[in-house]
Design a binder for this molecule. Structure first.
Ligand code: GTP
Ligand code: MG
Length: 308
């Protein structure tokens, strides 16, 4: 167990390498390069955080918080600000207490997002984890737009060792969901995870489809606990925020899966998402394998980021 935890944290540290190099080396050189806490010092910190994709709004609130604490605690040395800064970043990412409630309820997890962000992969990884922790999981292949999407999810279902409900390419996604809900009820599944299409003929189509899927779940499975996760690709930085906002208009989003943090220096977006959208990042993807999905933990994230 201790080894598992170390491996888990070790993979997070490794996955965040590029982001760490981007943000932390900048911050460290500010702390060592300044001999006094002045406006220029704060401006440098601001610049580094913005470059690290924390976004302007989030950066401003972090630096404001820092200024206030420095004043309150009569801090004089730049080095002493480091811990305050880290805590202030952490404070931007409050998950709330019921983040993983769906694991303890009969639930439907709807996974949505634009094309290529990592929906199907994340569904597969999540299925594997839930199955390993003793849950009965069923997958719904509601991306019927391409045959390859159904094949890909079928592969993941095999890998995770869970059931999948699918129809052929071109069938109505809402009909797949209808079948999947029936299967979840009759087989007494704990969690039904629905993969959806990221690309349809146009964006309006996509959003209409999601509303329809939502209506089917509400109507056919009213007792189910609902979890709706938007998948965002960490490598797209600030663009991810705009995507999340669009999905917030059509569905009650309960959280974010932030993928591909292993390949990007823009991992600071994890902070911006939570701070600016008020949505918790519940999972992060740090690779393509089944074990490369982690529950987000602000403490671990900040520790891995700042190498502490
Ligand atoms: N490095 C890395 N690659 C990832 C991660 N998550 C997904 N990918 C890769 O991203 C690519 C797209 O992933 P998919 O799961 O197919 O994305 P999708 O959102 O289902 O795509 P569409 O169905 O086309 O909309 C694949 O090559 C995945 O292996 C991650 O956390 N890290
Ligand atoms: Mg997919």
């Amino acid at each position: 167990m201790a080894d598992g935890k170390k491996g888990f944290f070790g993979r997070l540290v490794e996955g965040l390498t590029k982001t760490r190099n981007n943000i932390v080396s900048g911050i460290d050189s500010i702390f060592s390069g300044f001999s006094a806490i002045d406006d220029e010092f704060y401006e440098e910190i601001e610049e580094t955080l913005i470059m690290g994709d924390l976004g302007i709004q989030t950066t401003m609130s972090i630096v404001e918080d820092l200024r206030r604490k420095v004043k309150e605690q009569h801090i004089k040395e730049p080095e002493e600000c480091k811990e305050l800064l880290i805590n202030s970043i952490k404070a931007q990412m409050d998950l709330g207490e019921n983040a993983y409630e769906f694991e303890h309820k009969r639930s439907v997890v709807l996974v949505i997002g634009v094309n290529g962000v990592g929906k199907t992969t994340s569904v597969g990884k999540l299925a594997g984890q839930l199955k390993d922790s003793g849950h009965k999981v069923i997958l719904a292949a509601a991306d019927t737009f391409r045959a390859a999407a159904i094949d890909q999810l079928t592969e993941w279902a095999k890998r995770a060792g869970v059931d999948i409900i699918a129809q052929q390419e071109g069938s109505d996604p809402a009909a797949v969901i209808y079948d999947a809900v029936a299967a979840a009820k009759s087989r007494k599944a704990d969690v039904l995870i629905c993969d959806t299409a990221g690309r349809l003929h146009n964006k309006k189509n996509l959003m209409e489809e999601l509303k329809k899927i939502n209506r089917i779940i509400d109507k056919e499975y009213p007792g189910a606990y609902r979890e709706t996760l938007v998948v965002l690709d960490g490598t797209t930085g600030q663009n991810a925020l705009a995507q999340a906002r669009q999905f917030m208009e059509v569905a009650d989003i309960t959280g974010i899966i932030l993928t591909k943090l292993d390949g990007t220096a823009k991992g600071g977006i994890a902070v911006a998402i939570q701070s600016e959208l008020g949505l918790p990042v519940k999972y992060i993807g740090i690779g393509e394998q089944i074990d490369d999905l982690q529950k987000f933990n602000a403490d671990d994230f900040v520790k891995a980021l700042f190498n502490i």
